[in-house]
Design a protein around this ligand. Structure first.
Ligand code: ADP
Ligand code: MG
Length: 248
């Protein structure tokens, strides 16, 4: 099956993706035949109650975990056709990740952290590229520091610089503002938004925060492993109304 003939190819497409984990009483289903497309050069937010399968969805989409059923297309590449080595290559060359806990390597400098994905991908680390990515997040003066010498918000900005420098097709962000205060979170969202608008990246972001979701072009809602709705051009108020339905 190929989607290559579709001129409106989404950057990422999940087709009937199912996932489950083996537990004491057999396989516990987590995603139920999820089909969803993520348009390129756009930011999509994924929201849903804790345990609804958001992180699992991101991991399946990014080739970090193999779904038990269905297909994942990154552009026209079907991930299931790739063996582990090919998946690693795809992740390194085409995918970026921003985590809630930043995931910087503590023994490396900021500069080395930003250059690491390029090195792992076998690309030459150009000083100009690393410094430009740090400049974009306002941290070019921190290149020689270690992560522990930075605030949480600064560390997350380094993590964003790390994904920008590698120029991935898709940036996955799993609760990128979850460990940050509101104003620092807003800075991080501004940077992700700019990565879409200025650099043409595609961002898929899990968040619990209606204010963060309002930066997205589309919000999709995942409840008990099924997509239950979406809002295009969401406002924080519209998102909050949707969230309040689960919290009753
Ligand atoms: P969310 O990110 O929406 O909070 P997750 O995708 O992390 O949800 O988890 C969905 C469900 O799958 C939860 O019930 C969780 O306990 C379970 N789960 C997630 N990862 C694993 C794993 N590696 N092994 C077993 N169960 C898992
Ligand atoms: Mg999660």
């Amino acid at each position: 099956m190929s989607l290559a003939s579709d001129i409106h190819l989404p950057a990422l497409q999940l087709v009937n993706v199912s996932m489950g984990y083996r537990g004491a009483a057999g396989v516990v289903p987590v995603l139920h035949e999820v089909s969803v497309g993520f348009p390129e050069r756009a930011m999509t937010a994924v929201m849903g109650p804790s345990g609804s399968g958001k992180t699992t969805l991101l991991h399946c989409a990014a080739g970090l975990e193999r779904p038990v059923g269905g297909k994942v297309f990154l552009g026209s590449t079907e991930l299931a056709d790739s063996d582990e080595r090919e998946l690693t290559t795809i992740r390194r060359s085409r995918i970026g990740f921003v985590f809630q806990q930043f995931n910087l390597l503590p023994m490396l400098t900021v500069y080395e952290n930003v250059g690491l994905p390029l090195r792992l991908d076998g690309r030459r680390v150009k000083r100009q590229v690393v410094m430009e990515a740090l400049r974009q997040v306002g941290l070019e003066d921190k290149a020689g520091r270690r992560p522990a010498q930075l605030s949480g918000g600064q560390q997350q900005r380094v993590a964003i610089a790390r994904t920008l420098a590698a120029e991935p097709e898709i940036v996955f962000a799993d609760e990128p503002t979850g460990s940050l205060d509101r104003s620092t979170g807003r800075q991080v969202m501004d940077l992700l938004r700019r990565a879409v608008d200025k650099a043409g990246r595609t961002v898929v972001m899990v968040t619990h925060d209606p204010l963060a979701a309002a930066y997205a072009d589309r919000v999709i809602f995942l409840v008990d492993g099924r997509i239950t709705g979406k809002i295009d051009h969401p406002t924080a108020d519209e998102v909050a109304v949707e969230l309040s339905r689960w919290e009753l």
